[in-house]
Design a protein around this ligand. Sequence first.
Ligand SMILES: [Cu+2]
Length: 164
Amino acid sequence: MYVARIATPLIAALTLWAGAAHAQSSAPVAADGVWVRSSVQGQKATGAFMRLTAQESTRLVGAASPVAGVVEVHEMKMEGDVMKMRAIAGLELPAGKSVELKPGGYHVMLMDLKQPLAKGDSVPLTLVFKNAQGVESKLELQAPVAAQGAAAAHGGGHGMHQHK
Ligand SMILES: [Cu+2]
């Protein structure tokens, strides 16, 4: 059960890149394709994105990062012509089914940013899960910062449509 308590960022990164198969063997939830959108000086919020696959049904109920004062789980969707986002109490992760957190959909919102996040940086991110029995577990990640999809940055006014 060593993956449940990762002590160093280096090991977290190795675990991440080693692939989902290894992470799944001991962590209740595997995260892959993790990235955080880069931010510029003065920007207060950004998003973290990834694919989560739970071994047993659970929920993503929270997250934390040392680079942000407030971290929430958000959903984003079209309401009429307007893209809106709101905090949700939890994101259902059905057993064995990958749930995508991506621009224009669910995301982990990093708010009250303490510093600009530059492309190439790496951000520690802790995900908190709670299962049907109310038992909490955590997953420690090192999320690489990327500029991908920067045009749809939070607060940018022009949302990116993911609906096909
Ligand atoms: Cu958000």
